[in-house]
Design a protein around this ligand. Structure first.
Ligand code: DAH
Length: 345
């Protein structure tokens, strides 16, 4: 082969060169640009040709060398390594994209948002209070006198002696709202509460509640019932009904417990409703006049109702989670069950 033929052959070889691994790229480099590589050798040969030929082919030789370098760079670009010595892969542009794993909302947050949403849509505000609460807001203003046996209803975690405690219910927030605003008041207060309970499948020392409060002129028990009926139907569908059973809470008079027709068996009887057809979902009542005056609201002018529900209980009826502890374990296999369509934009 004369020089021109050798140049042409190499030009073609460069064009055809392929590599899928780093080793193959290195082989290509050695074969072309290494000390004994084809391009290098061609330059050796070029040194010995006549000056006439040099003039004729010099530029093409230079282009060949540049092309060899460019080809080497291009091959390096398409080959990637996953670290020294590991399996080398080529970027496969047709492979499906690996999506970043998306987090999900915790089921308790999903349910709490839905509960709160039902009320905000009918004009309620959302209010919050501290989890470490003083005796006045958690008990005193809510009509639990010191040493009143009703305080035994709550197993309290006390903090720094006896005046501060982890709040045992979100009813403490209704006190704060009434103290700080004037009627009409319509508010829901979602949040964590704490009780000194042994942890089991059915009880936990921390859980969530949503408290509701409505104070205005002429608020009646019928308003309470209508509101709670609207709430349960909004969350569980138009077929559920509620019933109210007389009960006792120090801060409401009269007080009631609310049962909902079992959303799981439709009232026919199942494990969840203990074959009664009804499940208890919250406590409620008319705000005791003494509580209104404790909070600076004149009970001669205003009346109100309040209610409080456990979010885990409602979530259990929606998702049928069999063990309360699952909510706190952060097991990704559990949390992944609640993946909702990712929110975009
Ligand atoms: N605070 C009560 C509890 O934790 C629930 C409750 C009952 C709240 C009646 C209320 C109510 O506002 O009126 O068990």
């Amino acid at each position: 082969m004369n020089l021109i033929e050798r140049i042409a052959a190499l030009e073609k070889a460069l064009e055809d060169a392929r590599a899928t691994t780093v080793d193959e790229v290195e082989k290509f480099r050695v074969a072309m640009l290494g000390r004994n590589g084809a391009v290098t050798e061609l330059f050796e040969a070029f040194r010995t040709v006549s000056s006439e030929e040099k003039r004729a082919l010099g530029q093409r030789m230079n282009l060949l060398k540049q092309a060899a370098q460019a080809r080497l760079d291009a091959l390096r670009d398409i080959v990637t390594t996953d670290g020294p010595g590991s399996v080398r892969t080529v970027i496969d542009l047709s492979a499906p994209a690996r999506l970043d794993p998306l987090g999900t909302q915790h089921p308790i947050s999903i349910v709490m948002d839905r509960i709160v949403g039902v009320f905000t849509r009918i004009g309620y505000t959302v209010s919050q209070g501290p989890e470490v609460e003083d005796d006045h807001h958690n008990f005193g203003a809510l009509n639990f006198p010191p040493d009143h046996p009703a305080r035994d209803m709550q197993d309290t975690f006390f903090v720094e002696g006896k005046d501060r405690a982890l709040r045992t219910h979100t009813s403490s927030v209704q006190v704060r709202v009434m103290e700080n605003s004037k009627p009409p008041i319509r508010t829901v207060s979602p949040g964590r509460v704490y009780r000194n309970e042994a942890i089991s499948a059915r009880a936990h020392c921390m859980f969530h509640q949503v408290e509701g409060l409505y104070v205005d002129k002429g608020v009646s028990f019928a308003d309470l019932k209508g509101t709670l009926d609207h709430f349960t139907k909004s969350l569980f569908g138009p077929d559920v009904t509620i019933r109210m059973r007389p009960s006792y809470f120090p801060f409401t008079e009269p007080s009631a417990e609310v049962d909902m027709s079992c959303s799981i068996c439709g009232g026919a009887g199942c494990n969840i409703c203990k074959h009664s057809g009804w499940v208890e979902i919250m406590g409620c009542g008319m705000v005791d006049p003494a509580v209104l005056s404790n909070c600076g609201i004149d009970p001669e002018v205003y009346s109100g109702f309040a209610f409080g529900m456990g979010v885990e209980r409602i979530a259990q009826l929606i998702y049928r989670v069999p063990d309360l502890r699952m909510y706190w374990e952060n097991d990704v296999r559990f949390l992944d069950l609640f993946t909702t369509a990712p929110m975009r934009g």
